[in-house]
Structures are given as C-alpha cells and as structure tokens.
Design a protein around this ligand. Structure first.
Ligand SMILES: *Cc1c(COP(=O)(O)O)cnc(C)c1O
Length: 414
C-alpha cells in the first residue's frame, strides 16, 4: 500500500478507504455495538481468526478501521526498510491518554523502568507518578538532550525497558534527537516510543529513525477541527501489535467510537494543506513576536536562537505551529494580554483551525506551586500558542493591538 501514492495528501485522502457496500461516498458512522453471523460456524471462524470480520465494537469497526489504516499509512509514508515499504499497525483509542496507557501496560511489568525527559505532556507525567509508581514501574527523568547522560543511564541501569520521548515538547518546544536516542536504545536492547502529537506524521516520522512506537493525541492536529477526543498507538512490530498491544487495548476498554473516528478520518484528509498553512503562519508569528519590544523571549524551534534548532531541522520537515513566549510584564501582563485578544481564541488544547492561546500560570498550571512551575520553564508571563490557519494579517493585527494596549511604562490603554 505505501507505494501506491507519490504524495502525502493523496495518501491522506485515499489510504484506508474501503468501498462501502451501500456505495456511500464516505465511510458511514457504523453505530453498531455488535456484528452478526450467518450461521454459528461463521461466529466460530470469526472468533478463531480464520475468517476476517468484525465481532464487537470495542475490538474495532469499519469507521474506526479507516482511521487506523490512514494513520499507519501516514506514519510509514515513503519509509523503506531493507528495500521494502515499512508496515505498521495503528490501534485507535478513546483519547491520547488511553493510547499512552495501553503502551505502558503492554510493554512494562513490575520492576521495569522508563527513561524519559522533562516537559512531557502533564497527563503522561502524572500517569507515571500516580499509576505506574505504585506498580513498581519507575520513571527516570533526565535531560535527554544530553546524549552522554542518556547513554550513561542506559548503560548503568539494566532495568530500563522503555525510552519514552516527546518532541517537540510543551511548552518550551524542547526537541530530543530521535535518531541518536533510538540507535542508543537499540544498542542496549531497549524499546523506544515517541509522542508525535505536536509534529504530526506530515512533519516528522519517528519510524524513519527506528523508533518502535508512535503515539498521538488525535484530538489535536490530526482531527484538526477540535470536534473529538481520540488517540492512537502505532507500532512496526506487527506480531506485538497484533497480540499483546491488541489484547491490552481490548482489556483496558479505552476504545474509540464510530462518530469520533468519522470526524477524525475527515479531518485527516486535509492534514497536509492545513499543516502547510499552520507552519507558514507560525514562522511569521514567531518572527513578529521575536522582534516585538513587549516580548522578552520566544520559544520556537524554528528560530535559529532556539537551543534545539539544529535537532529540529534535522528530523522535522518544518518546525511546526506550536510556540510559547514570555511577556515583559509577568503574570499581570499575561492576564491582560489574554483579555485583550479579539479574534484569537482563549483556550487550552491545540491544533485547530483557529489560533489558540493559553496562559499556563493562570490556567492549566494554576494549581502547580510557583517554584515547580518555574522549574518546568512555565514563567509568570508565559503564553502558549497554537498558530491557526486564519489569514496571517489578522493574526498579527490581533496580537499587535493586544500587546499595545498593555501600555508603555505603566500607561494603560496606549
Ligand atoms: C493532548 C495531548 C495528550 C493527551 O491526549 P488526550 O487526547 O487529551 O487524551 C498527549 N500528548 C500530547 C503531546 C498532547 O498534546
């Protein structure tokens, strides 16, 4: 399948589609919890796997299957291993967190450790602390941008089983080197996983660098319209994906559903054109913010001043549409800026058509003690931004007026 299409959009639009028996153009929302048999023997054949076919919607259904096939095709697009197109299997989940839970429970057991880095998605970090720690699965958190430190951890601790990466990561857009870490992990016989939510397979394909598992919160850029929560676990070890990973997904019960999968599939069909516009706008926004006197710092991996610029250039087609910036005036300036926005949207989350801004200190991280917040780079005046696909002149005009009205030298309303 992967070599059927020369371009990413053709694949994103067509891959995974199965002609509908009723000739519907788009795969319908198969709202059925169970599937029927012509005779008892057929049920037996289906359960034993001798005959393909759907059985029960927690295990899968045609609408979800199309999303899964599309994601697997996008994550392996153009990648060859030993002269053959790389194959992957994707398992759709109810949310990004459900996919991450499946990954951890399918790959780890008591006494195993995870090697990971700072700045993970807060839910992932919380999962490790709240749910894995009591099961005696410990996370070692270090700065994995330091490759000699990563090597030392892998060499010295044989109980590390999984190297868990997220790049670019929230909110400072830190990037870790997928190729170097994947090679190192292989050398020591460890599994690797990458949360590819911020990048999407259009900008970054972790499998190209030998990563074993890719996770997405499909809620974000893949869906692209903010209409459904979803997640996916993708792997290239098909035997593992078809047995242990499938079993874990079925037993945990974090399945997706036909309606959300329908929305996801249709969102993904426009991924390439959306991402191109997201990225083009993001670069202009970053340059605008970087030059603005009211802003002390811009965290965007596409600016040559970002510490991980080189890594990002090496492994991503484009640095993406996520960034954060710091306002000169701290907490109050952050709140004021957010309140002055007229077109852009005040909310958490990311990856929708509209430009989304959040002020972590007063919103997502307001319950985190200030010292801890600062440790993670979440300063008082930090604003996180998901650049949308509106016309760039409107985004910049909204920012300009919101920044101006912050006032100069304490003068309000300038
Ligand atoms: C949102 C997000 C998640 C969690 O996904 P849900 O769909 O909200 O469960 C995980 N990782 C990253 C990077 C995210 O942005």
């Amino acid at each position: 399948m992967p070599h059927l299409y020369k371009g990413f959009s053709s694949l994103a639009i067509h891959a995974g589609h199965v002609k509908d028996p009723m000739y519907a153009h788009l795969t319908p929302i198969y709202a059925s919890s169970t599937y029927v048999y012509d005779e008892a023997e057929q049920g037996m054949r289906r359960f034993s796997g001798k005959e393909p076919g759907y059985i029960y919607a927690r295990w899968g259904n045609p609408t979800m299957n199309e999303s899964e096939q599309k994601i697997a095709a996008m994550e392996t697009f153009g990648i060859e291993v030993d002269g053959k197109p790389l194959e992957a299997k994707a398992i759709l989940h109810a949310s990004g967190m459900a996919a991450i839970s499946s990954l951890f429970l399918a790959t780890l057991k008591r006494g195993d450790k995870i090697l990971t880095h700072y700045s993970l998605y807060s839910g992932t970090q919380d999962f490790m602390k709240t749910l894995l720690d009591p099961l005696d699965v410990e996370a070692i958190i270090v700065d994995l941008r330091d490759l000699s430190l990563a090597e030392k951890c892998l060499r010295e601790d044989p109980t590390i089983k999984l190297v868990y990466l997220e790049t670019p990561a929230n909110p400072t857009l830190q990037c870790v080197d997928l190729e170097a870490l994947s090679q190192m992990a292989k050398q020591y016989g460890k599994l690797t996983a990458c949360d590819n939510t911020f990048a999407t397979p259009y900008l970054q394909q972790p499998f190209q660098f030998g990563i074993d598992f890719v996770i997405h919160s499909t809620t974000k850029f893949l869906n692209g319209h903010g209409t459904a929560i979803g997640g996916v676990l993708v792997g290239t070890d098909l035997a593992f994906m078809n047995t242990r990973a499938t079993k874990t997904h079925r037993l945990l019960g974090g399945n997706s559903n036909a309606f959300d999968a329908f929305l996801l599939t249709n969102g993904m069909r426009t991924l390439e054109v959306r991402m191109q516009r997201h990225c083009e706008n993001a670069m202009k926004v970053a340059e605008f913010l970087d030059a603005h006197p009211a802003i002390s710092k811009v965290n965007y991996n596409g600016l040559p001043t970002h510490p991980d610029y080189a890594v990002s250039q090496k492994q991503m087609k484009h640095p993406g549409a996520m960034m954060s910036f710091e306002l000169e005036g701290g907490f109050d300036a952050g709140v004021q800026f957010m309140n002055k926005l007229q077109m852009c949207t005040r909310t958490v989350s990311l990856g929708t058509c509209d430009t989304l801004l959040s002020h972590p200190a007063s919103m997502s991280h307001s319950s985190v003690p200030r010292e801890n917040r600062l440790e993670y780079g979440i300063t008082d005046g930090l604003i996180r931004l998901s650049v949308g696909i509106e016309n760039i002149e409107d985004i910049l005009a909204d920012f300009e007026q919101a920044l101006q009205s912050r006032g100069v030298e304490g003068v309000e309303g300038v």
